[in-house]
Design a protein around this ligand. Structure first.
Ligand code: BTN
Length: 246
């Protein structure tokens, strides 16, 4: 079903939202809105992104009719700003579980996977005014029924490939935002880290990132990954991509 302003207004009730049939990037619009006072929970939704952005400067592909591109404005205490990305991954993982999908896991830090294939990417972006944190924009891109070709066909998947029935994107957005809201009010709690950690598929695995190689043994309360290197050093990885090497 097509995403429309009217259907979203009905599903999102009193939540402030902006809907674009097509936009460059929902994160860009949400950052601009945060700078002009968007409240906690305000959300930008698009059917299509023409310049969707991924982590590490990558492009994120959002063709029309087949995906979700959602950016939520959150206003956490700055001490917990680094938790916004993992909060997004947890919310999406819970959304998948709520659809009865099995094999859901999170690859550190915030890729949501089904049976090891990526179904969602999360891009948190902090919005600063001088040294004041105005907001953190939580961008989430979910493949619902994207045609996956080339490399993507080997590494990614779609929600509908695992769900029992066709999915209504409007209802998915409402359910996702309910999970985001629930954890956003608990962003300072250890329970958030525990719920995210329990879904991480990375712990206990051999990983390599930015010249650091070893076994991922734990995560810290800010979401950083703790790695024990082959020569026994403890290294803390705060961001970046990891490659599983064993
Ligand atoms: C990743 O590289 O895994 C993160 C992808 C994040 C994509 C989402 S789609 C909604 C929001 N708008 C963007 O431009 N990016 C994020």
């Amino acid at each position: 079903m097509t995403l429309t302003q009217a259907a979203l207004a009905d599903a999102l009730k009193d939540r402030p939202f902006q809907f674009y049939p097509s936009i460059t990037s929902t994160n860009d619009a949400a950052v601009a809105w945060a700078r002009t006072g968007a409240p906690q929970g305000a959300v930008v939704i698009a059917d299509e992104q023409t310049q969707g952005r991924g982590r590490m400067g990558r492009v994120w592909y959002t063709p029309p009719n087949v995906a979700l591109a959602v950016s939520v404005v959150l206003t956490p205490p700055s001490a917990f700003a680094t938790r916004v990305g993992l909060l997004g991954a947890l919310a999406v993982a819970e959304l998948c579980e709520g659809l009865g999908i099995g094999g859901v896991g999170i690859k550190w830090p915030n890729d949501v996977q089904i049976d090891g294939l990526k179904v969602c990417g999360v891009l948190p972006e902090a919005v600063w005014e001088g040294t004041t944190l105005l907001a953190v924009v939580l961008g989430m891109g979910i493949n619902v029924r994207v045609v996956l070709e080339g490399e993507l066909a080997r590494t990614a998947t779609n929600l509908e490939a695992h769900a029992v029935a066709p999915l209504d994107r409007t209802q998915l957005i409402a359910a996702l935002l309910a999970r985001v809201d629930a954890w956003a009010t608990r962003i300072s709690e250890d329970a958030l880290i525990a719920a995210w950690r329990s879904r991480l598929t990375t712990l206990g695995k051999r990983v390599e990132s930015e010249g650091i190689a070893g076994v991922a043994i734990d995560v810290l309360s800010d979401g950083a990954l703790l790695i024990v290197t082959d020569d026994g050093r403890h290294e803390r990885l705060v961001a970046g991509d990891i490659h599983l090497t064993g």
